[in-house]
Design a protein around this ligand. Sequence first.
Ligand SMILES: *Cc1c(COP(=O)(O)O)cnc(C)c1O
Length: 393
Amino acid sequence: MNKIYLDNASTTAINSEVMAEMMPYFNSVYGNASSLHSFGRDAKAAVETARERIAKAIGCLPSEIYFTSGATESNNWALRGLAYANAGKGKHIITSKIEHPSVLETCRQLEKEGFTVTYLDVDKYGLVRLDKLLHNIDQDTILISIMAANNEVGTIQNIQAISNIAKEKGVIFHTDATQAIGSVNINAKEMGIDAMSFSSHKLYGPKGVGALYVRNGVMIDKFMNGGEQEKNLRAGTLNTPAIVGFGKAVEIACRDIIANAKKMSNLRNYFIKEVMNRIDTTFLNGHPIQRLPNNINMSFGQIEGESVMFMLDMEGIAVSTGSACSSGVTEPPYVLEAMGVSPDLQKGAVRFTLSKSTTKEEIDTTIDELEKIVKKLRKISPITKAQVGKMKK
Ligand SMILES: *Cc1c(COP(=O)(O)O)cnc(C)c1O
C-alpha cells in the first residue's frame, strides 16, 4: 500500500538537500562550536553560516537569531524572558485564545507568578479583532504575543496591523511564526516585529532545532543556565548538524515560497471544492482566503473526526483531528471553540495538511476514501442531518 501523509502541520519529511548538507557535521566536523581549537572553529563557522542564511531569509541581522531546541522552547523563552526583563514597566500580557499550547501554558504559569494575561477572542474565521486588541492595551501592558498563522485551522493573522498597533502603543510584539515561515512572506525588520519563534521540522528541516529572533535593543532575560553560548542568553552545546540543516531548510523554504504556495493552494482549493460537492453537510473551518496554502480543516456533520482519522489511517492515509493530546485523551478542540464552532461540528473536524511534494493523485485517492468513510459512518450515526442544520451557527 502506498501511504499518503497529510499531516504536514505536525511535522514534515526532511529535504534531501538539507540532509546532505548535515551529514559531515555528525562525524567529520564534530567539534564543539564553543571550543577554541580548529575542530571547534570549523563547527562554529558552520553555525554562523546557518545563522546568516536564516537572518537573510527572515529579514534581520545574524546577531538577532538565537538557536533553541524548537518553537516550544522559543515560545517558553520569549514569553518568560520578555515578561521578566520588562516587569519593571508593567505586568500585563495580551495573547489570543487560539495560540499553541507552548504559549498558552506559559501564560498560565506567568499568571501564577503575578502577571495578568488577556486572552483575546477571535472571530468565526479565527482572526484576532484589532479593535479588541487596541481596547485591551493599557498603561500596564508590556507584551503582545499573537501567532502569525494558526496550526489547526490555518488562519493567517494581520501581523503587520498588529505590529503597527504594538509599535504605536510602545508594547513589545512577539509572534509565533512556526507555521508561517516558508508559507507567508515575513520580513522581521520591515514588519517591525520585536521577537519571533519558529522551528526547523515544520519546513522540511530536522527535528529538535528552532530559533528565537529578538530584535537588538529589546530586553530579554536568560532562559537556560549554564555555559555562555548564544551571547550568554541560551546555555547548552549547540547542535551543529541540526543547526546546519535548519539553516539550509529555511533558505530553501523562503527561496521557493511562491512556487510552493501556488502549487499547494491549487491542490487545497481543488480538495475543498471536490469535498464540498461530493459530501453534503460539510463545512470549512478557518478563513476561506487568508489561510495557509497547505491547510484544509473541515467539519463533517453527524460524525466524529476521530473516527474518520482512524478509518483513513487503516487505508494508509495520515490526517489529524487536533483534538487528541499526546496521551490519547480527548481534549476539547479549543481553537474551534474560540471560533464559535458548535460542539458537534468541533467533534466532526478533520485537518488535512499538504506538503510541497503532495500530488494530485494522492489528493484524489484521499477524497475517494473520505467520501466512502463519511457515508459509512453516517449510516451508523445517531445524529441526524436535520439536527446538524439546527446546530450550525
Ligand atoms: C509545531 C508548532 C510549535 C512547536 O514547535 P516544536 O518545534 O515542535 O516545539 C509551536 N507553534 C506552532 C504554531 C506550531 O505549529
